[in-house]
Design a protein around this ligand. Structure first.
Ligand SMILES: Cc1ncc(COP(=O)(O)O)c(C=O)c1O
Length: 375
């Protein structure tokens, strides 16, 4: 949608910034198509949660307590949740910040960085909010080389300009599911100019094998200009509550505090996340279910000779002969919502979130006949 802004000339520059297009909500498809059963595999949510313990904590907040009644403001800086996260990560509480989803932290860091202009280096095919946050804050996007099958740390370093203030990296990246190998990540962390803030978005890190995943948080003590982001929207299954967190140096987070809206995270989200962040068993369960879903999907995709990209995250990027927008529409008519990727420079790719086994069966029931001639 490109709104005509001639009536609002002061805001006309905004029309050059892409609009974020979210996954289509189930209610919208029901309303538009009158379908009773819809399967949504479009927004990388975790279908297995939240847990009963999380729901019980939310219910307790709703029923009200001395500190947590809904009529009171929440703890503005989310101290108690930050403490829980700090314990889990082995950091002091002043090295943890919260956002209304990690998207808000992506926006906060851009707002802080581009107050007086400057540029951000962002690999091609990255999560759309990196570019949108940069541009809405007045920054310029420099797109570094990447393909649907390969991320390039050295090109990120080559693209850095005199006025570069930020580098964004999805690790793994959405929608490609790619991440850097440890050596390449280390080259980036060590060789990026020290005054540039490196934002490593680890929204899907918990889906990785903890034994082999190169967690960028390992470099926090070596690089004061490093911000590592996580979210409660993915493996913790709290997308509806909007809460995420950032890990960084005390100095960096102290400065970012100046661009944080007071009370940016709410009571319900803080309370739910306090329970969720301690629940390692639910994380392990979700990771296992995700691994099983990926294995089953890979087998089925091979039958249709479909090309899959990446191994990270709770989703898969699939290339087909169909234009993505057409395949998306065909699947929608059959009650399955996926995410077409033409807006990410991938006109023949769709991204599919791993749902429960019965949801994946619904996907293949709808997609199988469409792809019968081969992907
Ligand atoms: C790579 C990446 N980062 C951040 C987010 C935003 O998550 P949140 O719900 O915490 O704003 C997403 C959501 O899809 C994502 O894919």
């Amino acid at each position: 949608m490109n709104a005509s802004l001639s009536a609002v000339p002061a805001f006309e520059h905004l029309s050059r910034i892409p609009l974020y297009v979210p996954g289509k909500p189930i209610q919208e498809v029901q309303r538009e198509l009158g379908l009773a059963r819809i399967v949504k595999l479009a927004s990388n949510e975790n279908p297995w949660g939240p847990t009963e313990a999380v729901k019980a904590r939310v219910a307790a907040v709703i029923s009200g307590s001395e500190y947590e009644g809904l009529g009171l403001y929440p703890v503005s800086d989310g101290y108690y949740l930050r403490q829980r996260i700090a314990e889990r990560k082995g950091l002091s509480v002043d090295r943890v910040m919260l956002g209304n989803g990690s998207s808000e932290i992506l926006e906060m860091v851009a707002k802080a960085a581009f107050l007086e202009g400057g540029s951000a280096v962002i690999p091609k095919h990255s999560f759309a909010i990196y570019g949108i946050a940069t541009q809405t804050a007045g920054g310029r996007v420099i797109e570094s080389r990447a393909s649907a099958t390969e991320l390039d740390a050295d090109d990120i370093l080559r693209c850095v300009d005199g006025d570069t203030r930020l580098v964004y990296l999805g690790h793994p990246s959405n929608p490609t599911g790619l991440r850097l190998e440890r050596a390449a990540l280390e080259r980036l962390v060590r060789n990026l100019r020290e005054d540039i803030v490196l934002v490593v978005d680890q929204a899907y890190a918990e889906y990785e094998d903890p034994a082999t995943y190169p967690d960028t948080a390992a470099y926090l003590d070596q690089r004061p200009n490093l911000l590592v982001l996580h979210t409660f929207s993915k493996i913790h299954a709290l997308a509806g509550l909007r809460i995420g967190y950032g890990l960084g140096s005390k100095e960096l987070l102290g400065l970012l505090e100046r661009v944080r809206s007071p009370f940016n995270t709410n009571h319900l989200a803080q309370a739910a996340a306090e329970v969720a962040v301690q629940d390692l068993a639910f994380e392990a369960f979700s990771r296992q279910k995700n691994t099983e879903a990926r294995a089953a999907f890979t087998l089925e995709a091979a039958k249709h000779r479909c090309q899959l990209t990446g191994t990270g995250g709770n989703f898969v990027l699939m290339e087909t002969a169909y234009p993505a927008a057409d395949l998306f529409q065909e699947l929608l008519q059959r009650g399955v919502i996926v995410r077409p990727m033409q807006g990410y420079g991938l006109p023949n790719h769709i991204r599919i979130t791993f749902g429960k086994p019965e949801e994946m069966q619904a996907f293949w029931k709808a997609a199988g006949p469409l792809l019968d001639g081969g992907c």
